[in-house]
Write a protein that binds this ligand. Structure first.
Ligand code: SF4
Ligand code: SF4
Length: 395
């Protein structure tokens, strides 16, 4: 069966009932059929059958976040993920987008990337770009996090309590720059609980951005690299923080069972010495689409955070996708902005001190919106709160 026949076979399973429509973030925003899962499936059928030219409907297909809320809602179990990834294989992204993706997924493993971020931030380049740059460049600039401290992780962190096991930590590509404090917090928490933490130097990007942008062969190469990096490390578990990476990593077997950090901490035994101190915080917890619709572990971060005494936790359950969606936030800036603004409405209503989310892209998106709105809210990964609580409330 060729690629078009495969797409048509899967798309034909859609009975066009429309049950998925209210779950689709782009449809609920624009109310255009082309921006709905049903409309996109019809476009895919048109392109795969040859009735439509490849470029027709491309804008609607490009606007799809790949959040898979439609797939979760579909009573006919249409594999929408297979459809959208399949059509993107036929509609390759422009060269500039591919170059940017390559840079985002490779540069964070190089020391110079952190130095370059510092230089950009504190030299005259930044005000110049803000003055003269295009909307897309200015948006990228607004997303930039405070550059993390320069320095690499050790290969092995020894447990700080009675030895309970040896786990691997997946750092992710952009996560190495965006999630540095969260990754450091994860190392601190795991060693505090008695785990030796291995961070293989030769691990790389998970490949999610390539997989969902029509470059599955590159994603496969990255998977192979990670399989090799974590092999022969004698691990009981491999742990990740960013749910976007986890959703990709779980597609292929690794050398040990794979866990999102809150999943792991909810399942492992905690030594009596690990005491959580009260945190007097109002925390709004956001659930990334990947955690909800792909990993199916939406409740795990809340279960973990509820262990902290004093914390006042509310769920951001009205939020559909925040608009981050991997490289979507820089490839579809207008749509990403509109989705972020809608998501921020519920954040404003809850008016928390902390906004917690367990995906790097979502954290970046929220942090940028919070900065621009001048709100007194900190965006954090849930593991940072656990670390703070384990440290007696010290940040
Ligand atoms: S994708 Fe599923 S829920 Fe959506 S219209 Fe098709 S059959 Fe109905
Ligand atoms: S993946 Fe998300 S954005 Fe795309 S059609 Fe499905 S619900 Fe809509």
């Amino acid at each position: 069966m060729n690629q078009n026949e495969k797409l048509l076979k899967e798309a034909d399973r859609c009975v066009k009932c429309g049950i998925c429509l209210p779950h689709c973030p782009t449809y609920t925003l624009t109310r255009e059929e082309g921006d709905s899962p049903r409309g996109r499936i019809s476009l895919i059928q048109g392109i795969a059958s040859g009735a439509l030219k490849g470029e027709q409907g491309k804008q609607h297909l490009d606007r799809c976040l790949g959040c898979l809320a439609c797939q979760s809602a579909c009573p006919s179990a249409v594999n929408y993920s297979q459809l959208i990834d399949g059509i993107r294989l036929k509609q390759r992204k422009p060269p500039l987008q591919r170059i940017v993706r390559q840079l985002i997924t490779h540069a964070p493993y190089r020391r110079w990337s952190r130095i370059a971020l510092w230089l950009y931030r504190f030299s005259g380049l930044r005000p110049l770009l803000r003055l003269l740059g295009s909307h897309r460049l200015r948006r990228l600039d607004a997303l930039l996090p405070v550059p993390p401290r320069v320095g690499n992780w050790k290969h092995l962190y020894q447990p700080a309590a009675a030895h309970r096991g040896r786990v691997g930590l997946f750092t992710g590509c952009a996560g190495r720059l965006i999630d540095r404090t969260a990754l450091d917090a994860a190392i601190a928490v795991l060693t505090h609980l008695g785990y030796a933490v291995v961070i293989p130097k030769n691990q790389g990007c998970c490949g999610a951005m390539h997989q969902h942008s029509g470059e599955p062969h590159k994603a496969e190469t990255m998977t192979l690299g990670n399989q090799q990096a974590f092999a022969e490390q004698n691990l009981e578990a491999i742990i990740y923080l960013a749910s976007g990476c986890g959703a990709q990593l779980m597609q292929h077997p690794l050398a040990a069972p794979l866990f999102e950090i809150s999943q792991f901490l909810n399942r492992c035994d905690w030594p009596d010495s690990a005491k959580l101190s009260p945190l007097d915080y109002a925390v709004s917890l956001h659930t990334p689409c990947t955690l909800r619709h792909q990993i199916k572990a939406a409740d795990e971060p809340a279960e973990l955070l509820r262990r902290i005494p004093g914390i006042r936790l509310t769920l951001l359950d009205q939020i559909q996708c925040c608009g981050a969606a991997g490289s979507y936030l820089q490839e579809q800036p207008d749509m990403a902005d509109a989705l972020a603004n809608r998501a921020m409405q519920q954040v404003r209503e809850q008016s928390p001190r902390i906004l917690a989310t367990s995906n790097s892209g979502c954290a970046l998106q929220f942090a940028s919106s919070i900065r621009q709105a001048g709100l007194p809210i900190r965006s954090m990964h849930p593991i940072e709160l656990i670390n703070e609580s384990l440290n007696g409330g010290k940040q």
